[in-house]
Design a protein around this ligand. Structure first.
Ligand code: AMP
Ligand code: MN
Ligand code: MN
Length: 316
């Protein structure tokens, strides 16, 4: 059932025991939204557990409460509600999907959302799920402490490229202004995001060597081998290099996790790459999307680049 934000608030209030989760390969928005909502629910006296079927990347460990996020096998509560944040389909939450059948409430901002939940609030005009969580907390007149503010600011800032991407609106800036008044120090958050170990720079150099251009330079791709949580830490953001090349319409980053699986990220200047990702069972936003594709390295690259070329009318 599609819900208003007010209905979402009342469903949360009526639950006693809640598991909150977000998508695998967690990013600033999924983690920050989850941590911010968790603090609010705890303050309402709920029994809450935060779960992600993945490791929390090192660069997000500074977020207050991140140490309390557990993996699915460590859930100790019996929830009467599962809240799914920043995820557009049920596969995005991995094994959390397998916890005992409880109603699912989904809060999200992906245009590709499959409306898989029992209750959903999807606002694709929001730059981040964190923006929606802040709207919810404001509607409930919650006093936002500096910890909640840090989590929600990180959620919002990371999803809109620190207020540079096309999803940045006046409302996004309004949220940021409010959160700064609540105690956020933007430069501290940027420092956490930008400071990386030396190996990360070495890895960047390796990845940039894989750069390939196709279709008169309209498509640019980079490839990464054997990604794990640590290397994911150092490869986030690398897709911006091909994305920023003059004349590139679609940038693609292939991450070959094993012999037969690739995670694929898309960025575009204007065309709808969420539709492209959806054709491979993924999703996302108009200008930033992703999917997982099964096949050998060459097979994956060939079919993904072919599909991207069709989107921009490239000749095969
Ligand atoms: P990324 O390239 O991983 O930064 O993801 C870009 C956008 O696409 C984010 O909003 C993700 O939530 C979304 N996305 C990435 N991979 C998938 C997937 N396998 N299924 C659905 N959405 C995805
Ligand atoms: Mn996300
Ligand atoms: Mn998001």
């Amino acid at each position: 059932m599609e819900c208003s934000l007010r209905q979402i608030a009342s469903i949360l209030k009526n639950a006693g025991s809640i598991v909150v989760t977000a998508h695998i390969h967690p990013d600033g928005d999924s983690l920050g939204s989850m941590l911010g909502l968790n603090q609010y629910l705890l303050s309402c006296g709920k029994s809450v557990q935060m779960v992600i079927d993945d490791d929390v990347p090192r660069r997000y460990e500074f977020l207050p409460g991140s140490k309390n996020i557990v993996q699915p096998q460590d859930i100790t509560i019996t929830p009467d509600l599962l809240v799914v944040l920043d995820a557009s389909d049920i596969e995005r939450i991995g094994a959390v999907n397998r916890i005992s059948r409880v109603p699912i409430l989904n809060i999200d901002h992906h245009i590709s959302n499959t409306k898989f939940a029992d209750y959903w609030y999807v606002n694709s005009n929001a730059a981040a799920t964190g923006e929606i969580i802040l709207d919810l907390l404001n509607m409930e007149n919650v006093a936002i402490n500096s910890e909640i503010a840090t989590c929600l600011y990180t959620a919002i800032a990371t999803d809109c490229g620190f207020f540079r991407y096309a999803n940045t609106t006046a409302h996004t800036h309004g949220c940021a202004a409010q959160l700064i008044k609540c105690g956020v120090r933007p430069h501290v958050i940027s420092e956490h995001m930008e400071t990386k170990p030396l190996e990360s720079l070495t890895r960047t150099l390796e990845v940039l060597k894989t750069l390939e251009l196709f279709f008169d330079g309209k498509i640019a791709a980079v490839s990464i081998e054997h990604s794990n949580a640590d290397s994911a830490d150092s490869t986030e953001g690398l897709i911006n290099y091909p994305r920023n090349i003059e004349g590139v319409e679609i940038a693609i980053m292939f991450t070959f996790a094993d012999q037969n699986t690739a995670r694929v990220s898309f960025r575009s200047r204007s065309v709808d790459v969420s539709a492209l990702a959806l054709t491979f069972g993924g999703g996302g936003h108009i200008r930033a999307a992703g999917c997982t594709v099964i096949g050998s390295k060459d097979e994956v690259k060939t079919k993904v680049i072919k599909a991207a070329a069709q989107l921009i009318g490239g000749k095969l």
